[in-house]
Design a protein around this ligand. Structure first.
Ligand SMILES: [Zn+2]
Length: 158
């Protein structure tokens, strides 16, 4: 099922801090499936639950395996436990802010602690586009939008 995307920099759902997931049940698995479908349909690199109107700590990242292959991956209750000192400034966009782009500086590598769909704890090292997408999506869980972090001019595209 394709879910409706919340938009707007002042949208209260996008600005609210999301709560931790505690029930790893069938309903959650269905929600992960719907979010994944929605992200792929809208051509997103990632999608956070608040973007579809649910203030819970869940993000999907279209995880890049190599130049051609991607695997949508769900990170539940994600927490960045390590960041590289090296940062990189790259242009970002967001499905919730269509037509707006801007450069955001973020650590190049991170270690991510999270739960999988079954509630098992995992730790994963991410770099490049995967690290960037995860950080952008996790910001959504704290009501932060990339435009809050943009350095310099924003680019608008219709
Ligand atoms: Zn976004």
């Amino acid at each position: 099922m394709i879910l409706e995307i919340q938009t707007g920099t002042d949208n209260p759902i996008l600005r609210k801090k999301s709560t931790a997931i505690s029930k790893f049940d069938k309903k959650l698995k269905k929600f992960v499936k719907d979010m994944t479908e929605t992200m792929l349909k809208k051509d997103g690199l990632g999608l956070a639950a608040p973007q579809v109107g649910v203030n819970e700590r869940l993000v999907i990242v279209n995880f890049r395996l190599d130049s051609k292959n991607f695997r949508p991956t769900a990170f539940l209750n994600p927490e960045i436990i390590e960041k590289s000192l090296t940062t990189e400034s790259i242009e970002e966009g967001c499905l919730s802010l269509p037509g707006i782009f801007g450069k955001v500086s973020r650590p190049v590598q991170i270690s991510l602690k999270f739960c999988d769909e079954n509630g098992a704890n995992r730790i994963l090292a991410l770099d490049g586009i995967n690290a960037r997408a995860a950080q952008h999506e996790i910001d959504h869980l704290d009501g932060i939008l990339f435009v809050d972090k943009v350095e310099g001019e924003m680019r608008k595209e219709k």
